[in-house]
Design a protein around this ligand. Sequence first.
Ligand code: SF4
Ligand code: SF4
Ligand code: SF4
Length: 477
Amino acid sequence: MAHLRPYPAAEKHMTPLDFPGTRVENWQQKGIEKLGEMLHKYRSLQVYMDICVKCGACADKCHYYLGTGDPNNMPVQRAELLRSVYRRYFTPAGKLFPKLVRATDFDETALQKWFTYFHQCSQCRRCSVFCPYGIDTAEISMAAREIMDAIGVGHKYTTEIVGKVHAIGNNLGIPGPALTGTLQFLEDDLLDNTGHEIRLPLDQEGADVLLVAPSADFFSEPHISSLMGYAKVFHQAGISFTISSFASEAANFGMFIGSFAQKQKIAKRIADKARELRVKRIVVGECGHAWRVAYSFWNTLNGPFDFLDPNYPVPQHICEFTHQLNERGALVFDKEANDDLTVTFHDSCNVARASRMGPSAGGQFEIPRALIRATTNKFVEMDADTIRERTFCCGGGGGLLTDELMDLRVRGVLPRITALKRVMEEDGVNYVALICAICKAQFNKMFPMYGIPMEAVGGVHALVNNAIQIGAKRGIV
Ligand code: SF4
Ligand code: SF4
Ligand code: SF4
């Protein structure tokens, strides 16, 4: 089938990331050694290899299986691609009687299946919610990708993007002057629309907050409206902030390629810039996996963040930031500004299942919903089996938002679209709010293919952008 397999990375994509440029000669041996090293290093991986009882509870929980019907997309079967190789080289039965225990050689056939199916996993963790043993197939996919990178078999889209972040500072490869021009243009737009000088400062030393947003927020629709929303919140609250030209990207594709070293290097530039700019806080914009990396890994990767103001959480999500200001009465919203919209919320997997937000358990579910309720009059939930920790991935996460995987993306979004269409038909929903840059881009492209207008998706802060009353009340810092 076409458009179900990613393009392999070329030497020019691999070497800047310190991976072998092409497949190494003794790749089988190197791959097995790498697996052994990782089993030793990551206790969880060893456990996941051993404890699956093949109960089948995860089998029909993956959106890619539901969309493609390919048995290799059942989480248990996907993991089996690695597990069968593990059994062959790391268990006595697999070494002696491979056929008896369905152990597989790490040969060309196995490698090709790995390349296809570990790049048909968006690392969304939905399957792990249903596994009685908590096996995380996303982690297994990351491990397989790390092994493939180590033997010189990389994924073009993700490695190319990591290269751009190292060279330029963001995923889109936007150079500093283009970013400056865009921010100036957006400031003019904000002035025209509100009559207020609402700033989007770049590289401003001594600002209170470093805002790290996904680069799509600067250049893409529907993302830009969220950026305008963030700027209005800072303005209204009277809190100074800055964007950094070299850390102008929250996303961290190091996670998608399963590389600790790359993840660390990408995250480090944010910590370094925060120090250089002498900010007191770091706030992360609407990006699902970026928030996962920031919330779950920043401290381990680049901590401690003891140079920041200890009175604020590190990191802080933009939704948490806006919500707290609203709770303290610093913001005024006119809900009627969004009265043309009946809104539902798509929980982005990396926020829902791999992080938290705010001081209370479940804040990652409640805080964005509280903001939607504060800024709109009409909010409807999708089916309970498809939201919160059971949410379905948009189909484009995990480094799969690339055109050569278009068929996979169209099929993978199907479970989400099915739940969405129901509330569109039954409740008149015409807007899906969310807090992930990849989900926005994926839905924007997928919706028209399913007869839904592409404008029916946008950020939670796009609703804030519409409803916030500038100048209505001075913010509380
Ligand atoms: S992590 Fe998500 S994409 Fe990967 S196998 Fe599980 S449900 Fe499927
Ligand atoms: S639910 Fe867990 S134990 Fe059951 S088949 Fe899936 S991974 Fe294995
Ligand atoms: S893109 Fe959004 S929905 Fe898809 S995996 Fe990432 S967070 Fe989840």
